[in-house]
Design a protein around this ligand. Structure first.
Ligand SMILES: Cc1cc2nc3c(=O)[nH]c(=O)nc-3n(C[C@H](O)[C@H](O)[C@H](O)COP(=O)(O)O)c2cc1C
Length: 387
């Protein structure tokens, strides 16, 4: 076990002593993940917690993040009760598909923005100071990703986007292709984004078809690149018990799946190329990527850590705005990734969506779909370290 994981677990064990446990209506929430989606109910229930940082962090753990790795560690310095020091849990990165930790940093940006919005909801400003001890490169290190400084009551006004935090999802579903996305809708999503991040989107059929084609070929490239695919397979959690034991990664659970797991048909090995589980995965993603009426993407002029963090903050905002408009948004990141096998699709995608050379940070499918259940999360207590 690595040092950071050990330290974190120790901190998780003491968090219940150092911090008052989250309580709602007399019910004390346990650190143990009995229901893997319990943190979605715990976030509003945390409103009664005495520490405004914990109230905000209970929401922040619901942020979108790559492969649901939940790479966040929130340090609560005893000497600075208005501060959260946000670090990356370096064991939770994706070294094959995200070799420079760009996407992991985007997820941490989404976390910081959700914390900020949750605090604003109760009237507190949160200043997000990016990489206060410098920008690590080429990979992240133990230095803080951000410092969150909480202001007093009355220092901020609520942001209407926060209303959609509980309903926000990454919508991994085919969209209804008979329901077009209106141009005004795209403009409303773009309004959620600000410098240094640029928002673009398209509903033009030719352009949508071109992006869809590249995105699908990139997806197949990833599935057929052994190291990249294995990185995903290693993170699969099978069945309710497996998901409850590790409520992160790629959750393979739900009606119809539990039976296959119990029968030994759905296993880690079955997900390897040429095996039945692999084909099930291809069959699931084929209609998903095919049924896409619109795409949105975020770019930045520079490609430093501050831009990655800013892109994550704005992706969360676009995701919330889409939720508020009844739309589903689903990141499709393969053709933006920096490992060698992806060079061809990356060049094609660059030409299709950012021919001016801007750095592609996020690409998402956009459209209308039915409701999607929440994804699992580790409880907030397990991600907090009292220092
Ligand atoms: C930087 C980043 C990249 C992502 N890339 C993909 C992707 O390529 N395919 C995908 O299905 N989901 C992708 N996601 C979505 C995550 O899988 C999702 O946020 C996570 O599983 C948690 O689910 P939720 O967003 O519904 O809460 C990405 C998310 C982020 C922040």
């Amino acid at each position: 076990m690595s040092l950071s994981r050990r330290t974190l677990l120790r901190a998780a064990g003491t968090a219940g002593l150092a911090l008052s446990p989250l309580a709602a209506g007399g019910q004390v929430l346990r650190a143990g993940p009995a229901d893997p989606t319990a943190p979605w109910a715990a976030a509003p229930a945390a409103a009664s917690h005495p520490d405004p940082r914990i109230r905000a962090l209970a929401w922040a753990v619901l942020a979108p993040n790559p492969h649901n790795r939940q790479p966040w560690i929130a340090e609560l310095p005893g000497a600075a009760p208005d501060t959260v020091v946000l670090r990356c849990d370096l064991d939770r990165r994706l070294p094959v598909t995200d070799p420079f930790d760009r996407q992991i940093t985007i997820g941490l940006g989404a976390f910081a923005e959700l914390a900020r919005l949750a605090a604003a909801e109760e009237g507190r400003a949160v200043q997000v100071i990016a990489f206060p001890e410098g920008e690590p490169a080429p990979r992240l290190d133990a230095r803080p990703v951000a410092m969150l400084r909480f202001g007093p009551p009355g220092s901020a006004a609520p942001d209407p986007l926060f209303r959609h935090a509980a309903a926000r999802r990454s919508t991994k579903r085919p969209f209804d292709n008979s329901r077009p996305v209106a141009p005004e809708t795209l403009a409303a999503l773009g309004a959620a984004v600000g410098a240094p991040v640029r928002f673009d989107a398209t509903i033009a059929p030719d352009r949508v078809a071109r992006i869809r084609d590249i995105a699908w070929r990139a997806w197949l490239t990833e599935a057929n690149t052994a190291a990249a695919h294995l990185e995903s397979v290693d993170l699969m959690r099978f069945g309710r018990a497996g998901v409850a034991a590790s409520p992160d990664g790629i959750s393979i659970w739900g009606p119809g799946i539990e039976e296959g797991i119990a029968a030994g048909q759905i296993t880690r090995e079955s997900m390897l190329p040429g095996r039945p589980g692999f084909q099930v995965m291809v069959d699931r993603y084929t209609p998903m990527l095919a049924n896409t009426p619109a795409y949105v993407w975020l770019t930045t002029a520079a490609n430093g850590r501050a831009e990655h963090l800013a892109a994550g903050r704005d992706w969360l905002r676009v995701n919330l705005a889409a939720t508020g408009l009844g739309l589903g948004l689903h990141p499709v990141s393969q053709a933006l990734q920096e490992y060698p096998e992806m060079r061809g699709p990356v060049a094609e995608m660059q030409d299709a969506i950012a021919p001016d050379g801007a750095r592609m940070q996020m690409l998402g499918r956009l459209g209308y779909a039915g409701p999607v259940p929440p994804t699992p999360r580790w409880p907030v207590e397990s991600r907090i370290r009292a220092t």
